[in-house]
Write a protein that binds this ligand. Sequence first.
Ligand SMILES: Cc1cc2nc3c(=O)[nH]c(=O)nc-3n(C[C@H](O)[C@H](O)[C@H](O)COP(=O)(O)O)c2cc1C
Ligand code: SF4
Ligand code: FES
Length: 567
Amino acid sequence: MNKIVKKKNKQSTRKGRQLDPMSLAEVQKLLEEMPRKKDLLIEGLHLIQDKYHYLSAKHLVALAHEFKLSTAEVFEVATFYHHFDVIKESDSNDGDNKPPPPITVRVCDSVSCEISGAKKLLDTLKKLSLAVPDSGEPVRIQSVPCIGRCQHAPVAVVGKNPVDYATADIVKQKVKEKAVIPKIPKYTGLDEYISSGGYNLFQDCISEKKTPEEVINELKNSGLRGLGGAGFPAGAKWEIVKKFPAPRLLAVNIDEGEPGTFKDRYYIETDPHRFLEGSLIASWAVGIDEIYLYLRDEYAAGHEILRNEIQKLEAFFKDHLCRIHLRRGAGAYICGEESAMIESIEGKRGIPRLRPPYVAEVGLFGRPTLEHNMETLHWVRDIVEKGAESFSKHGRRGRKGLRSFSVSGRINKPGVHLAPAGISILELIDEYCNGMQPGHKFYGYFPGGASGGILPASLGDAPLDFDTLQDYGCFIGSAAVIVFSEQDAARDLALNAMRFFEHESCGQCTPCRSGTSKAIPLMKKNKWDKNLLEELSITMEDASICGLGQAAPNPLRSVIKYFPQEV
Ligand SMILES: Cc1cc2nc3c(=O)[nH]c(=O)nc-3n(C[C@H](O)[C@H](O)[C@H](O)COP(=O)(O)O)c2cc1C
Ligand code: SF4
Ligand code: FES
């Protein structure tokens, strides 16, 4: 009898947050048939965030219960990602615990948008005190890093609806209309793609008209290099992964968070099947079972396009297709780093792994993984169909191939410009961008997004390609070129980049976490302490675990080297 009483008491004093039956029912309804597998945790969090605009403690406890995970683990993952609003007690109305209103307006404050007046837009919107129609709650206004629409700067997002060339009046109107869903742009769908010869090459592959060796050789001869930033030769990567024992996986990187980069969005929103066919061919050639696509959350239209087109593709090819999983990021630039992306696909915080082992050997779910930027796969069909030379014959100054430059800033024609590798910025501005904007004189440029450093106009002849800018302390990365003029200050833009890195550092290692936050006050000073900043830069470069911390000092070092008059 005594024993029973003791047990009862123990139960009634269970520690931690208790499971709330109503919240559990709500979560179960949202999850429906979704398998309760740990790697789907972030998808589960998205379902709750989409429905309620925030994640209450009660819902997180219920989600943990459903996924058979500890509540701490679910909180840990949810709080890592910027797009999840974790509210500790859903019934609390004070301070930080207050649930956000149903509409949030996000204003991009990264380099290209800053150049185009993002700060003023943000200030004006804050003063307008916009209200959510019907409820009258104040709309939440947030500044956010680059959302991959830099050619339309300044850019805001109302709910999930991007507003290009945003003004306070346009944003106000969108809020009033509750226009929170993105428009789907016109793109080449499955039927149109097939009618122009699409998937013929894939059919030839699976019907053994081609051999994997032939395809891999063609890629190698074309000189195609990874277009996500590091530029590793694609054909060689396929061979490396193929040597590791099956089962193998393909992870496609569509996280595109580098400020200034928007080429992947452009290709998804115009011709999504080209990289899907490239992915299927890669999987066939390398002997891969399943494909995981990791798409950044900001690309809501892209998500809709891919969801629909993958469904159509599955219906068309039936049993001949390997399984394609579509996963959404949740607002974390670091998840573009390949090992962090893999962690995120596994349903965890996006924290880069220590290497070795490399993901080619031990990648997603511990399996050998071919990891590619989506644009690398976009070129596979053309190269194999038209021959390696069709790609390699392009190029200037001895460089080979084509690059999709995302060009933004003070030029007349920003956008994705497909140009020969090795082109100079002066040629790019002149031949592809219709020159500088009226009243603006070319002063400098970021050759590779926020992390690729900054070059002055006097180095306007440097060939833009992999391996050509290292001597200048810069790199081309994802070919995101931001052009600025004498009306801009390189030091302000470098500070903007450093703020971005501080915001996006995953915090795993001290040189990056502390280095980025210590650099900011130093860079705000009128006169920079150059020795101290250089010391900090060396520490970050040498002792950070991943490319984020290693590249974070590039813009500030460029300012010291090429724009000394400013600091
Ligand atoms: C901080 C950081 C962010 C990155 N972001 C992206 C990204 O958004 N998209 C991408 O494809 N690669 C990104 N990369 C590069 C990937 O780690 C990896 O090199 C690339 O996806 C390989 O694919 P590829 O061989 O096709 O280029 C990033 C790297 C770092 C260090
Ligand atoms: S360098 Fe920065 S982003 Fe990379 S692992 Fe370290 S703390 Fe994280
Ligand atoms: S969308 Fe603003 S900088 Fe890219």
